[in-house]
Design a protein around this ligand. Structure first.
Ligand SMILES: C[S@@+](CC[C@H](N)C(=O)[O-])C[C@H]1O[C@@H](n2cnc3c(N)ncnc32)[C@H](O)[C@@H]1O
Length: 411
């Protein structure tokens, strides 16, 4: 990679790599493979994009940081490509997912998990008494899932979760919780018809098989690239922290790795309403049940996860928090760290200039990729039709505009 200066700073990579990167940005392939499909984390970017960025801009053993890791797409691809992956998020659910998606289970783990399900299935029976999780209920984590249509799913989850402690390692227990989470999302989130308890049990078995295949494939592929890691750093190849990106330059657990080679990320989006922390029951009512299923805690309200209240005039809080977090990211980086972001906007005409100004104020300067501009402004844009996001001013938006931005610390 070479950087030269004309009027704007340019990121020069060879034309073939540029073409591969551009194709990955525009890829419409469904998210699939390895552990990527363990959960439909809202606003996740594609594994193809993450892979292309990591392959293009880093080498084996380099450190790749995702300070807003969400469903951990970056971390999974970093692990598969033999890079050190560091991910953080203020959403504990994201950290749970990252852990499960990057933990390669052993053959003995898989055997224990299969046996657990075989014994659990006959017990997931509506005539049995479920042990009610009263602490979680009192704290509101079962909100909106005890309706006439949804209670059999809630009860099946209660019966299954009560048996999780029969597994004897944390990775086995977390894996089973993840299978229940995925099945719960399938059964409850954004559906107009809720399946029966029998339908839930069938899907649980199907997802367990699929996810075991995924984690096996991950283990095999990650083990291959592991053997190439320098300095025998295999055991520390993935670091997951539940915390804000603000202040990471003072976090010893991260700074001990030295400056990252690549920061690859998607922060919360300006003006775009994404529910990272809830499922939508019948499209109207929201539930924090994913936290109960995974035994994690909710961080209080949408604004906690989205850089503040989206109704704030001119998204002031959004841009204030963006500046604080990216200032910490700039400080942890060094001059040749590349910061690659995929950002979506509800109205790019005013939000993009404001976003770029915020990056400058945070201590970052923009680079444009040579030969890869797909628009008049020299940036790589991607239009995503039928996005189910909600923009503040315009109500439901039909298509989202997403742009790939490149930055590096300004001196
Ligand atoms: C667009 S999502 C990331 C999606 C991710 N690229 C993927 O592929 O799944 C943005 C994430 O930023 C997290 N977040 C919001 N504010 C944060 C902060 N101050 N520090 C760290 N993470 C934050 C949210 O919880 C959310 O998971």
């Amino acid at each position: 990679m070479m950087m030269t200066t004309h009027n704007t700073l340019r990121l020069c990579i060879d034309p073939e790599a540029t073409e591969r990167f551009r194709a990955a940005v525009h890829s419409r392939d469904p998210v699939s493979g390895m552990t990527h499909n363990f959960y439909r984390y809202p606003a996740r970017f594609s594994p193809q994009f993450a892979r292309a960025a990591i392959e293009t801009f880093t080498q084996h053993g380099d450190v790749v940081l995702d300070p807003f890791m969400g469903g951990a797409t970056t971390l999974v691809e970093a692990g598969l490509l033999g890079r050190i992956g560091i991910g953080l998020d203020i959403n504990e659910l994201a950290c749970f997912l990252a852990r499960v998606k990057t933990t390669p289970l052993t053959g003995a783990d898989i055997k224990a998990i299969r046996l657990w399900l075989r014994k659990a299935i006959p017990n997931l029976n509506m005539r049995r008494m479920a042990k009610r999780p009263y602490d979680w209920i009192a704290a509101g984590y079962q909100r909106n899932i005890s309706t006439r249509q949804t209670w059999p799913i809630r009860k099946t989850l209660e019966l299954a979760l009560d048996r999780v402690s029969l597994l004897n390692s944390a990775s086995q227990q977390n894996f089973v919780r993840a299978v229940l989470l995925r099945t719960g999302q399938w059964a409850l989130d954004c559906r107009s018809d809720v399946p029966s308890a029998a339908g839930f049990r069938n899907k649980l078995e199907q997802f367990l098989d699929e996810m075991i295949e995924g984690v096996r494939a991950y283990r095999q592929a990650a083990a291959l690239s592991d053997s190439d890691l320098p300095n025998n750093r295999n055991s520390t190849r993935t670091l997951i922290l539940h915390r804000s990106a603000e202040g990471i330059d003072d976090e010893p657990a991260i700074t001990q790795y030295g400056p990252p080679k690549l920061v690859l990320t998607s922060p919360p989006y300006p003006g775009v309403h994404v529910l990272y922390h809830r499922w939508q029951i019948f499209g109207r009512r929201e539930t924090p049940a994913p936290f109960w299923i995974t035994s994690t805690f909710d961080g209080n309200g949408l604004s906690h996860y989205t850089f503040g209240d989206r109704k704030n005039p001119n998204l002031r809080t959004y841009f204030d928090i963006a500046q604080l977090t990216f200032r910490s990211i700039a400080r942890i980086a060094q001059r040749d760290t590349l910061i690659v972001q995929m950002v979506a906007f509800s109205d790019a005409s005013w939000q993009l200039p404001k976003y770029l100004e915020t990056m400058r104020a945070a201590g970052l300067e923009e680079l444009k990729m040579s030969n890869a501009s797909d628009s008049r402004d020299g940036r790589l844009w991607r239009i995503v039709p039928n996005r189910k996001w909600y923009a503040d001013q315009r109500g439901s938006i039909g298509a989202a505009e997403e742009v790939v931005l490149f930055h590096r610390p300004s001196t």
